[in-house]
Design a protein around this ligand. Structure first.
Ligand code: SF4
Length: 518
């Protein structure tokens, strides 16, 4: 009997290893034949450790399972899908999962992440095999036609980037994957690396074929040691099986891939700072132009995309551009694996087509706040993303609709706050975060963020001096204008987003009347 216990970091953090050991021990004590499979996570984090058992009806889920629950599960006959208070029925029918539109994350939690057989059996390598049949310009044209945009934050069309590198003249080109994933509340990149690593290898290899690159690097944040280990193992296995190396699947194409670890700097998620770091230098942002597609890693043409961008490519190649484009709305085509985090009852990964609303994600999937208190604000797009008040929760999540209200979709991370949150403290945190993480290259970010902390402090402490407070609010707005207009990269340029959204939508938290909004 096959029993699945995830080995993803989120499951391990809540005792998955111990639960797996307890299941093996109970099975041995009871003489039950159990084949333990360490799968990836389904992304239903509130149910982790989520134990699944293969039955005639399909895989049946139990969770969250603690070590002390294991004997009771055996008593209830869970090896044949028996009823138990922790039971959720057939996993694929759990509404949180069944109502998703998983294209990129379709294998997550289903397979053993390092099993090449599992990967191939569940549709793996179909995109690469298709790409190997196509000319390079057919590959990037397919990605261009799909409308895929960079999932790292800037949302630049991936096909245009790939075409630019393909058409550049150089002896050496590179494909670099940004897996720095430093945004608060995000974990989708980590899940790809840990739970479906061959997907990223396949996506990067497709990009390499499209643009003529023969070397690739995956830049992973140092906080993801398990991801580095699993992905490194996946590279070795893929190479041994002929999916990487000098002669990919006998095609004559060569592509080699390596993992590089960051050193804990948020700004190294900015693509040019990441290139500096990859080259062994301090992670400082480069001025553009030249763009990395023409002069990137070691001065050579380089495709840089986020994990989720590369991870979307295999599905696009195997199913066609139009099939991908059939999902989403407007210029925001396809799906995005949204990540529900913060004060939320059912945190996890929810992959859906663009166009879903924040209200649906936070309440229909997330179940509202974990505290049970009213939700006050949702920050979308990482620590530099906007705080959205309830009046904006029905805006369809797509790049254009969010830009129209000064918000960003970013990497799809949502951090929920209940009504105990003080938005002035969160605004102050944004400025303090920028002051700590600034690379120091430009003045509005390096100095402005420190001044920003001081100005916010003066606003909230001068309760009894309205004139001082008003003057400081004006100063804060001027400072934010300067940071937006005068910063070299998004670190300084977007820190005002959370600050101004907090000030504009939650003035009371700053001790201001509503009429003192912008
Ligand atoms: Fe560096 Fe900040 Fe300027 Fe970006 S905005 S280049 S992080 S100082």
């Amino acid at each position: 009997i096959q029993v699945y216990v995830p080995r993803d970091s989120a499951a391990l953090a809540v005792g998955a290893d111990e639960v797996a050991d307890a299941i093996v021990a109970q099975a041995a004590a009871r003489g039950a034949q159990v084949e333990l499979i360490r799968n990836g996570s389904r992304g239903l984090f509130w149910l982790e450790p989520l134990v699944e058992v293969m039955t005639a009806a399909g895989r049946v889920a139990y969770g969250p399972v603690a070590v002390e629950d294991v004997a009771g599960l055996f008593d209830a006959g869970f090896l044949s899908g028996g009823a138990h208070p922790l039971g959720h029925g057939v996993t694929a029918e759990i509404p949180y999962l069944a109502r998703q539109q998983r294209l990129t994350c379709v294998r997550m939690g289903v397979t053993d992440p390092l099993s090449l057989t599992d990967y191939a059996t569940h549709g793996g390598w179909a995109g690469l095999r298709q790409a190997l049949q196509m000319p390079a310009d057919g590959i990037w044209q397919t990605v261009l036609d799909s409308g895929l945009r960079g999932r790292g934050g800037a949302a630049f069309p991936a096909g245009i980037k790939w075409r630019t590198v393909a058409q550049a003249q150089a002896d050496q080109k590179y494909v670099v994957c940004n897996a720095d994933e430093g945004d608060s509340g995000t974990f989708a990149d980590r899940m790809v690396l840990e739970d479906d690593p061959y997907l990223l290898i396949e996506g990067m290899t497709i990009a390499a074929l499209a643009c003529g690159a023969t070397r690739g690097y995956v830049y992973v944040r140092s906080e993801y040691p398990l991801a580095v280990q699993v992905f490194g193992e996946a590279i070795e296995r893929a190479r041994t099986a002929g999916y990487l190396g000098d002669n990919i699947l006998g095609s004559g194409h060569a592509f080699e891939l390596e993992v590089r670890m960051g050193a804990g700097s948020y700004v190294c998620g900015e693509e040019t700072a990441m290139l500096e770091s990859l080259e062994g230098k301090r992670g400082i942002v480069r001025a553009k132009p030249p763009i990395p597609a023409l002069s990137g890693l070691f001065g050579q043409p380089t495709v840089i995309n986020n994990v989720l961008t590369f991870a979307a490519a295999p599905w696009i190649l195997s199913h066609g551009a139009q099939a991908y484009k059939d999902h989403g709305r407007g210029r925001s085509t396809g799906t995005l694996p949204f990540q529900l985090a913060g004060n939320i009852a059912r945190g996890g990964l929810v992959e859906l087509a663009f166009g879903v609303t924040l209200r649906e994600l936070v309440f229909d999937w997330g179940g509202g706040s974990a505290s049970g208190r009213p939700v006050k604000a949702v920050q979308v797009g990482g620590p530099l993303g906007t705080y959205l008040p309830e009046s904006q929760w029905d805006i369809p999540l797509d790049y254009e609709a969010y830009a129209a209200v000064g918000a960003v979709v970013g990497h799809g991370g949502l951090v929920v706050h209940d009504d105990t949150a003080d938005l002035s403290k969160l605004a102050r945190y944004a400025m303090a975060f920028c002051a700590i993480e600034s690379c120091g290259k430009c003045t509005p970010c390096r100095i402005g963020s420190t001044r920003g902390v001081e100005v916010i402090d003066r606003i909230v402490t001068n309760h009894h001096q309205p004139a001082v407070r008003e003057q400081q609010v004006k100063l804060l707005r001027d400072l934010c204008d300067t940071m937006v207009s005068g910063s070299l990269c998004a670190m300084g340029g977007m820190t005002p987003y959370p600050v101004l959204s907090a000030l504009n939508h939650f003035p009371a938290d700053f001790g201001l009347a509503a009429d003192q909004r912008s």
